[in-house]
Design a protein around this ligand. Structure first.
Ligand code: NGO
Length: 538
């Protein structure tokens, strides 16, 4: 299967081909049928360090490797390495027009090799020279991340789905790379607006390009419940039947959800599912009257207010419900984490909130998962091993920040999602069309220019497990909207999660980021052309 999901192509590539005086009409994607390359000397290879996220170490030099119609992708004799090889071939074949057979064993060409490295489970080494490019990694995730780097070292036109002129040069030298953090997430809110499996897959492919390894799905909220639960079927069929603005909503069958998990896994992303509770539960409360303290189901909700709903903390049926939902969700989820929300429980008393979390967190553990909660969870007692997702702002009170920092000192891990830095649903400026502004305007520089390692005063750097960029969808309802809000901010957050702090430098970053623009155009990603970034002329 093709690794990309595209929106209609821009004309740029066709113009480029026309300008090169080369006809691609009717060119079949097989060896020998590709157009002749212009002389290699006419184009320089992309420097090895012009990659997002910035690699940990780069040693440039030597002859570039040139992918030609004779190139083979050589993989170790393992199913997983072969799968990465096939993925790479799927990326390269349409635009190069080469056959690029995936074969086992050594030799010249592109080699994906599993082997001992000191670069951890996700790290890789990339060696490029005259006779080939070799990516070596301890595991398939490392090979996959190495392939994303290789992709970015090739011209942006490699992302086109029709044959392009090349040449396909990879600069000579060595990259040694591994992530700063193990948790590099992006969240998609499929509750405020529903997104289909194909729309989610499209986003997954975009995340994979920047080595993001967690897809957090916000599966339930006041406006919709988006996953079929067998023991409480009305959650999806009724609770999922609308969305913000009153559209038809939708939900994932279990087969749909498994397909998202599988697809994410094929791109080395782990799905972190969230069922938000005890607040943000109007869709559930509307579906089952018995979940309400007064036994009366409220109507479905299609507005954008927050903080008005709560599960009934004092009723036993609430915990039967929670147990059933977590059991069914955990059974569908191979990943380690299960997110229980816990934000903005403004209609739950503090005492009830603490009691609820004390009862619910052990249920997550009972079904073999680790709790993640929004940082309000630190106002209760986070379970051992739990992660708190911090979504405060510069202006968050010192008291609230200290509560989170104290939990971190006590062993609660942190995932950082400061809303005035990495919320992808914030407007870029007052004039950009989509998004909210309650956390302020978040231009590209602001979303990149901070350090997760020392962000929250009083929290030990060792508590920080990583970063996550949430995309809430009150104003976002199409893939084009997702593209516009995520690009160009998402790659910056991905870089904060992956690259060593020593590479952090806005002036260098903005040049690397600018070089991504033509790639997004080739992929059909419509992005915000921030005036802060020196984009190449269109
Ligand atoms: C808040 C709120 C969400 C909103 C979002 C909009 C959290 C964790 N809870 O973030 O319900 O959708 O802001 O930016």
């Amino acid at each position: 299967m093709r690794p990309r999901h595209r929106t209609p192509r821009l004309l740029g590539s066709l113009l480029l081909v026309a300008a090169a005086g080369i006809s691609v009409a009717g060119a079949a994607p097989v060896a020998g049928a590709a157009p002749a390359d212009p002389p290699a000397a006419a184009k320089a290879a992309t420097p090895l360090d012009r990659v997002v996220p910035a690699p940990a170490s780069v040693d440039a030099g030597g002859t570039p490797y040139r992918i030609t119609s004779g190139t083979r992708i050589r993989v170790d004799d393992s199913r997983e390495a072969r799968r990465v090889g096939e993925y790479l071939a799927d990326v390269l074949r349409p635009s190069t027009g080469y056959r690029l057979p995936v074969t086992s064993g050594g030799g010249a060409g592109i080699r994906l090799k599993l082997g001992a490295t000191s670069l951890g489970a996700e790290g890789y080494r990339l060696d490029s020279g005259k006779s080939g490019v070799t990516i070596t990694a301890k595991g398939p995730a490392g090979l996959f991340h190495g392939v994303q780097t290789l992709r970015q070292l090739l011209p942006a036109s490699v992302e086109e789905d029709s044959v392009q002129p090349g040449p396909w040069l990879v600069a000579g030298g060595t990259i040694e790379d591994q992530p700063r953090y193990g948790y590099r997430g992006a969240m998609l809110d499929v509750a405020r607006h529903f997104f289909t499996v194909d729309q989610v897959k499209r986003y997954i492919d975009q995340l994979a390009l920047y080595k993001v390894n967690k897809l957090h799905l916000h599966l339930s909220d006041d406006q919709g419940w988006r996953l079929a639960i067998d023991s409480w079927p009305r959650l999806a069929t009724y609770g999922g039947s609308t969305q913000v603005g009153g559209g038809p909503g939708g939900y994932y069958t279990k087969a749909d959800y498994k397909e998202i998990v599988r697809y994410a896994g094929s791109r080395h992303l782990e799905v972190v599912p969230e069922i938000d509770m005890p607040g943000h539960t109007n869709a559930a409360l509307a579906s089952y009257a018995e979940l309400n303290c007064d036994g009366v189901a409220p109507p479905l909700y299609t507005g954008t207010e927050v903080g008005f709903s709560s599960l009934c903390v004092s009723k036993d049926v609430t915990y039967d419900f929670v147990d059933d939902v977590i059991r069914e969700l955990a059974a569908l989820t191979p990943g380690k984490y299960l997110h229980i929300g816990g934000d903005e429980a403004h209609s739950t008393s503090h005492e009830d909130y603490v009691a609820f979390m004390d009862r619910v967190q052990p249920v997550v553990a009972k079904y073999g998962k680790t709790v993640v909660g929004w940082h309000q969870l630190t106002g209760a007692t986070p379970a051992k091993g739990a992660l708190a997702q911090y979504w405060g702002l510069d202006s968050t009170s010192a008291e609230e920040k200290e509560r989170v920092a104290a939990a971190a000192r006590n062993g609660t891990g942190l995932v950082l999602s400061p809303a005035d830095r990495v919320y992808l649903d914030m407007k870029y400026t007052k004039d950009t069309p989509l998004g909210l502004d309650w956390a302020g305007y978040v231009e590209v520089r602001r979303s990149y220019d901070w350090d997760p390692g020392n962000y929250l005063a009083g929290a030990p750097g060792s508590a920080v497990q990583g970063v996550e960029a949430p995309l809430w969808t009150e104003t976002v309802s199409t893939s084009a909207h997702i593209d516009y809000m995520a690009f160009p901010r998402l790659p910056g957050v991905a870089e904060l999660g992956w690259s060593p702090a020593s590479t952090h430098d806005w002036d260098a970053y903005k040049v690397r980021l600018a070089a991504q623009g033509p790639r997004w155009e080739a992929l059909g990603i419509g992005y915000y052309r921030s005036p802060q970034v020196p984009w190449p002329a269109e």
